[in-house]
Design a protein around this ligand. Structure first.
Ligand code: SF4
Length: 349
């Protein structure tokens, strides 16, 4: 491969909506009477990731790998410790962590979140009309008649009758509540929606309905999703690209099909081997991961996965592998000493 042949996305790429650069979120661990900081939980540790307009990027990994914290940093429910969150506002690309108060307020409207639990996401003493009307009013949207019309339209778009707007959350089933939460996230016309395990609290029979609805809304409204889930089959169904996280870092990212059929990281291989396959003749051996996930307060030296990796070699315990594109697919990135990746000197800055 020629020198400087692999180009990474940057602020000049018109289709990149969000560009996360070297993002970190550390939570302090305090001890003693004076609450002295004695360490940090590295929930998100130096993550770089781009999201293109109109695509769905899935985030998968075990509980505690940092995927929800990353989602909360994107919607600014958590203040990152370091790094940049560059977002395209029209033609301009700005770091959301450096915006003025007024600009931040406008930016909040562009990025919304749908949470895992539809039961605690809605205020039980507010009816649906109030839950939708408040954010629209706060963002200075339209007159009362237009807002009411919009609420009716949003409810219909998630297959609920418009007159349900005067009902209270306890009058709905789990699936209906999650559809209401999705519609509420859309009431301020966002461009990017971070969906944090949006179907994991629902019955399996309802999950497909909600996922299909989210896909339809994405097509109609040209939405961009960051889709967080631990269920790999759900993520594959929803996502254009998938990022696999482990202990606060992205281990592998690729287009969905490429990740499922040509995984390059031993951790991804182990996760994929755990997916149930309906046809017995296609069943592959399950890779059982030994040991527990190490503490994010004290991650292992070298490759973070080396304490559980069946392919671990000497260098893995000493040197952290770089997160680099693979030689045959510049959109397939992996952090593993054994993967065939491009030489860092071949990357165009
Ligand atoms: Fe396993 Fe080594 Fe690759 Fe880490 S770098 S995933 S320990 S082979």
């Amino acid at each position: 491969m020629n020198e400087k042949q692999v180009k990474l996305p940057n602020e000049h790429d018109k289709d990149v909506l969000l560009n996360i650069k070297d993002l970190k979120k550390y939570f302090p661990i305090t001890a003693g009477f004076f609450k002295k900081t004695v360490g940090h939980i590295r929930a998100v540790d130096d993550i770089s990731l781009y999201v293109k307009r109109g695509e769905t990027v899935g985030l998968v990994g075990e509980s505690g790998c940092g995927k929800t914290t990353l989602g909360k940093c994107i919607v600014r429910l958590q203040q990152p410790t370091a790094g940049a969150l560059e977002y395209r506002f029209g033609e301009k690309f700005s770091d959301m962590l450096q915006l003025s108060k007024k600009e931040k307020f406008a930016a909040h409207r562009k990025i919304q979140m749908v949470f895992q639990d539809p039961y605690s996401s809605l205020n039980p003493v507010k009816n649906i009309f109030t839950a939708f009307d408040e954010p629209m009013r706060v963002h200075g949207m339209k007159n009362p008649e237009e807002r009411k019309e919009k609420i009716a339209h949003l409810l219909e778009s998630v297959n609920l009758p418009a007159d349900y707007m005067y009902r209270y959350p306890h009058e709905f089933s789990g699936g209906q509540r999650q559809r209401i939460c999705i519609a509420r996230a859309l009431c301020v016309d966002p461009e990017l929606v971070v969906c944090d395990e949006p179907v994991s609290a629902l019955d399996v029979s309802i999950q497909a309905q909600v996922l299909n609805l989210m896909k339809d809304l994405q097509d109609k409204l040209n939405l961009t999703y960051v889709f967080i889930a631990h269920d790999l089959s759900v993520v594959e169904y929803m996502s254009d690209r998938i990022a696999v996280m482990y202990l606060g870092k992205i281990m592998e990212i690729a287009k969905s099909k490429s990740l499922y059929y040509d995984a390059r990281h031993p951790y991804t291989e182990a996760l994929l081997s755990a997916i149930p396959i309906p046809r017995i003749e296609e069943k592959k051996g399950r890779i059982i991961l030994e040991g527990d996930v190490p503490s994010p307060a004290n991650p292992p030296k070298g490759c973070r996965f080396h304490t559980r990796c069946r392919k671990c070699i000497d260098i893995c315990t000493k040197e952290e592998p770089k997160f680099l594109p693979t030689k045959d697919d510049p959109e397939h990135f992996v952090a593993c000493h054994l993967a065939e990746t491009v030489d860092p000197s071949e990357l165009e800055s």
